[in-house]
Design a protein around this ligand. Structure first.
Ligand code: PGA
Length: 256
């Protein structure tokens, strides 16, 4: 049985200690009794330390929204995965579609980052997903196959088992247009097939595949109830303590 995992991707929001604390203290007091769902907050770098210190003794984990593939040196403006680990990050999001589209990150760059994250034991969540025109042209699986083969290139079985995959159809991110549970499940099932074909059945069954794209308290449970959907990566709805808590509860409900 795979443990559901909920990631709260704050993107470039709540970046001052005051804004971050406002949310995380409320959320923390709500979450006390939930134990069987993994919860990870991905705040801006500026408040990673604030969040880490606030959630230290709870089940809530902290992650970064990005990292560079080198550990140190002359890379102005980049962030080292070692620095992230040292301030308490256990997770990192790699290859988010906003990184791919706005900052031109390629599968090759994401693959390098992924290998580095795994090398230093920072748990990666790797995003893949198609644009609307590709879906409308019937090319979703082709895009997913390409991203899968290139982003996870040369990953060992042990490495892929430590990786969380996030299927995030780009047309559903921040648009309020969620994929239906059936649309999402079809691709999650396909990703699991790719895992089985490239590794083995056991590995395919153990890797967690999150859904991302306009998850809200009112659609979360239907998505999480699908066989191959193991929680979600939440953007907009993760900025408020109450809605994130409702989404965690939806994941929890699927366990009963
Ligand atoms: P959204 O973002 O929930 O605001 O659609 C999801 C994501 O980008 O991970």
């Amino acid at each position: 049985m795979r443990k559901p995992v909920i990631g709260a991707n704050w993107k470039m929001n709540r970046g001052t200690p005051k804004e971050a604390l406002e949310m995380i203290q409320d959320f923390k007091s709500n979450i006390k009794k939930t134990t069987s769902v993994d919860i990870i907050i991905f705040p801006p770098y500026t408040v990673l330390n604030t969040i880490f210190n606030t959630v230290k003794k709870t089940q809530i984990k902290v992650g970064a929204q990005n990292m560079y593939f080198e550990e140190k040196g002359a890379f102005t403006g980049e962030i080292s995965p070692i620095f992230l680990k040292n301030i308490g990050c256990e997770y990192v999001i790699l290859g988010h579609s906003e990184r791919r589209d706005i900052f031109q990150e390629t599968d090759e760059i994401i693959n390098k980052k992924l290998k580095k994250a795994l090398f230093i034991s920072l748990n990666p969540i790797v995003c893949i997903g198609e644009h609307l025109e590709k879906r409308e042209a019937g090319k979703t699986k082709e895009i997913i196959l390409n991203q899968f083969m290139n982003t996870f290139k040369d990953l060992t079985k042990e490495e892929i088992r430590k990786t969380i995959i996030a299927y995030e159809p780009i047309w559903a991110i921040g648009t309020g247009k969620t994929a239906t549970p059936e649309q999402a499940e079809e691709i999650h099932h396909y990703i699991r097939e790719l895992l089985e074909n490239n590794y083995d059945r056991d590995t395919a069954q153990s890797v967690r595949i999150q859904y991302g794209g306009s998850i809200k308290p009112n659609n979360a449970e239907d998505l999480f109830r699908k066989e191959n959907i193991d929680g979600g990566l939440v953007g907009g709805a993760s900025l408020q303590a109450e809605s994130l808590f409702e989404i965690v509860k939806a994941a929890q409900a699927t366990l009963k």
